[in-house]
Design a protein around this ligand. Structure first.
Ligand SMILES: Nc1ncnc2c1ncn2[C@@H]1O[C@H](COP(=O)(O)OP(=O)(O)OP(=O)(O)O)[C@@H](O)[C@H]1O
Ligand SMILES: [Mg+2]
Length: 482
């Protein structure tokens, strides 16, 4: 391992010099001391991966150096040099925690082999520490992985929310981890000994959802042959997770709001109110603030829910987390399937980190699961293992089918070769965008002029610009309104 830092303690100048030379030639960083006392001083002041010390030294001897090392830095490995025939001291050194010993006289190659072995151990330890760090609380909470700066903010917020008892609104595209966050909040909250009840608001008709949430008395409606408790009641003292909360019909929004305000409700057909103590967590993929503006969602309910807002960024905006999650999933699936996969090939890593993941972490999960299940290599996952279709051009089959993942990978590949392997409509859009941009440039950003040139209405051009993310930075004074 290059960059290994070594302290060498030996009182014989010639020996010392030739050892330093040999080790530096391989790329190790070496410092040398000629007495045990000097060595001990150096190792107390500097971190070393390895200390190599002669056992017989004037003053503080090699065993003292070994003990001092293990005291100052238990992780630092020690290799001792013994004189021929002093086996006992060597064994004593091993008992004190030396990594190995080498007997004089020795060839430099022998020494380098031992150092190389230490290098491997140190590297392995560092890798384990790194992955431990990722799995440390700083980067994960309730199974949510993320080292990306925005995700760390999210994790902080989730941690705080878990400790409090206020309603939480979770926003994010499909597959970004909204339900995972809801679980984490409940599991780490003071309510975790009570139930977490989940309701998907988009799946049921208004009447069914009403009965589902609030329950009903026997005979409340045709078919209500017995009394039934609703989800709010079941979640008493626990948490109610309303998924796809934007889909709540207006009438039920009112009822939920009232329940939150009064902490009680009525079953359908019930005469007496029932008190409940429920913490509400809602999640949605849509822009709920906009839904409020458009009158589609009750403003007061929104305000109550929005006490704490957790917004999960799409995976393509936290690309530094892709491989962290991917590596974690690979090890997870691999051990679950009794495989011993070590990682992704460099090209597979490259493709994964460049892919846009419209389905976010859920899509990443599927891709990795496929890679682990279908991969034939025992050590690594390769690009072809990640593809959904056996006949995808990516895997060397025909060009009939390709999954989104391969499609992007291929497009990136062919782009670098000068051809864009995209659909006609994608190519048309690409051309349209670049043409609009060049016309806008020629007319110095004047959209009215550009619209005339392009044969579009001012509004149509505005829409296209919005779609292609062309900013209207040049809305100058000469422009008229929409
Ligand atoms: N940061 C993350 N670390 C690890 N796993 C994650 C992370 N985010 C999401 N996942 C996993 O991805 C999958 C999808 O997450 P989840 O079901 O919470 O998404 P969602 O936002 O609720 O999606 P939808 O809107 O489609 O319901 C789950 O298996 C979840 O465990
Ligand atoms: Mg969900």
């Amino acid at each position: 391992m290059k960059g290994l830092t070594i302290l060498l303690v030996d009182d014989e100048p010639l020996m010392r010099l030739s050892m330093v030379d040999a080790m530096e030639a391989v790329g190790y960083e070496v410092r040398a001391a000629s007495t045990g006392t000097e060595g001990i001083q150096l190792l107390r002041q500097n971190p070393f991966d390895l200390v190599i010390t002669d056992l017989r030294l004037p003053g503080a001897d090699g065993l003292a150096v070994l003990k001092a090392t293990k005291e100052a830095a238990p992780e630092t490995e020690v290799v001792v040099i013994t004189a021929h025939g002093s086996m006992e001291t060597a064994v004593g050194a091993m008992r004190l925690g030396a990594f190995d010993y080498i007997t004089k006289p020795f060839q430099m190659d022998e020494l380098l082999l031992i150092v190389e072995r230490v290098g491997r151990v140190v590297r392995l330890r560092r890798e384990t520490e790194e992955s431990k760090e990722i799995h440390d609380d700083n980067f994960r909470f309730g199974g949510i992985l993320g080292a990306n700066s925005r995700m760390r903010e999210v994790l902080d917020k989730v941690r705080t929310a878990a400790g409090s008892d206020v309603p939480v609104l979770i926003l994010g595209e499909s597959g970004t981890g909204k339900e995972l966050v809801a679980n984490a909040i409940h599991q780490n909250s003071p309510r975790n000994h009570h139930p977490l009840i989940k309701v998907s608001c988009g799946a049921l008709s208004e009447a069914l959802l009403d009965a589902e949430l609030f329950g009903h008395e026997k005979g409340a409606f045709a078919g209500a042959s017995r009394q039934r408790r609703g989800r709010f009641e079941l979640a008493h003292r626990g948490t109610l997770f309303l998924d796809e909360i934007s889909e709540l019909p207006a009438g039920i929004q009112d009822k939920v709001l009232r329940l939150l305000q009064e902490r009680k409700f009525w079953r359908l057909g019930g005469r007496e109110s029932i008190e409940v103590d429920v913490r509400l967590v809602g999640a949605t993929r849509v822009d709920l603030a906009q839904a409020v503006e458009k009158g589609r969602f009750h403003e007061d309910l929104y305000r109550r829910l929005n006490t704490v807002q957790v917004t999960l960024p799409p995976l393509r905006q936290r690309t530094d987390d892709i491989m962290i999650i991917a590596d974690h999933l690979l090890h997870d699936y691999s051990s679950r399937m009794n495989k011993r996969l070590k990682g992704f090939s460099p090209s597979a890593r490259d493709l994964l980190s460049r892919y846009s993941f419209p389905g976010n972490v859920r899509e990443l999960e599927k891709i990795i699961e496929r890679g682990v299940t279908t991969g034939r290599d025992h050590e690594m996952v390769h690009p072809a293992d990640l593809c959904e279709f056996p006949s995808c051009p990516f895997t060397g089959g025909g060009p009939q089918e390709s999954c989104g993942f391969c499609h992007e990978g291929l497009a990136a590949e062919s782009k670098s070769k000068g051809v864009s392997l995209t659909s006609l409509s994608a190519a048309r859009e690409e051309f349209e965008k670049s043409h609009i941009l060049s016309v806008l440039e020629r007319v110095e950003g004047n959209r009215t002029a550009a619209a005339k040139v392009l044969g579009l209405s001012r509004k149509a051009l505005g829409d296209k610009c919005k779609r292609y993310g062309i900013p209207s930075v040049t809305e100058d004074a000469g422009e008229e309104g929409e």
